[in-house]
Design a protein. Structure first.
Length: 274
């Protein structure tokens, strides 16, 4: 018989007992993040890239920009898509193959936070309305999983977008020829939305759950704020439920914590608010 269920039960009891005393298993306060490290321009051939370490969680994000057709219902907007790969070496639970539901959920949460805040000025990425636009690919590779992939990925995506530089293009309407120039310009980014994730464990709300905490949590909620104080996305995950006062606590706390993360991010990329 495997010892895993027994060990999981012991870990859960330990985490719950510590939370009752106002403590967390790694010594943090309920609203404290683990150490954050951000590096940019780490992939030479990408238009933008970032490596983020959140505790022992590590993600790598690359930005590639191509040319393609706009969505039929958005002829005057560029296209943005987010993809996540859970590298098998990052966790025993990750398996090779097509993206599973966890990868898809992670990509959608991060994508929604960026898209709904209108962080990237997609209207500035139109070459020929209705026919030709720039297409932004946000590719995420999870390298080490020790909890809270959402916030690590959100930080990495915004760091990569803020430092991305794209080649200028010149379109000849008469010949239909598209020429790539030797000049580069920043990707037009006007907002910096960042997700803040909470785990509910034994009725307690904790920020930035570690992997041990995620394994015993009853539910999860992520609130994404931009620098204007606008909530661009709220996502509940796992089972369980939240009381109204818990949701309001998450919103109020996320506003403060996202501001702290944003200041750190902008300092790391050496850029002020748009």
């Amino acid at each position: 018989m495997s010892d895993a269920p027994v060990m999981a039960g012991i870990m859960r009891d330990r985490i719950l007992n510590l939370l009752k005393e106002g403590k967390r298993i790694d010594g943090r306060g309920f609203e404290d993040y683990r150490d954050v490290e951000i590096k940019t321009n780490v992939i030479e051939k990408a238009e933008g890239s970032a490596w983020v370490r959140l505790g022992e969680t590590r993600v790598l994000v690359g930005i590639k920009v191509d040319v393609g057709e706009p969505f039929p219902d958005l002829p005057d907007r560029g296209v943005m898509t987010t993809n996540v790969e859970l590298v098998p070496l990052a966790s025993p639970t990750f398996e090779p193959g097509p993206p599973d539901e966890n990868a898809i959920e992670l990509a959608r949460i991060v994508d929604r936070g960026i898209r709904e805040s209108q962080a990237v000025e997609l209207e500035k990425l139109v070459i020929v309305p209705g026919k030709l636009v720039r297409v932004i690919f946000i590719d995420v590779h999870v390298l080490d999983h020790d909890g809270n992939l959402i916030d690590a990925t959100g930080l990495g995506a915004m760091a990569a977008l803020l430092t991305a530089r794209i080649p200028k293009l010149e379109y000849n309407g008469e010949t239909g020829e598209l020429v790539r120039l030797d000049e580069y310009e920043p990707l037009p980014v006007r907002h910096v939305p960042l997700p803040v994730t909470f785990a509910k464990i034994g009725g307690n709300m904790v920020v930035d759950p570690s992997l041990d905490e995620e394994r015993v949590m009853e539910s999860r909620i992520t609130v994404t704020f931009d620098e204007t104080g606008h909530v661009s996305a709220v996502q509940k995950g796992e089972g369980g439920s939240f009381k109204l006062e818990e949701v309001m606590y998450a919103v109020d706390t996320a506003m403060r914590k996202s501001s702290e993360l944003r200041e750190m991010l902008l300092s790391s990329v050496d850029r002020g608010l748009p």
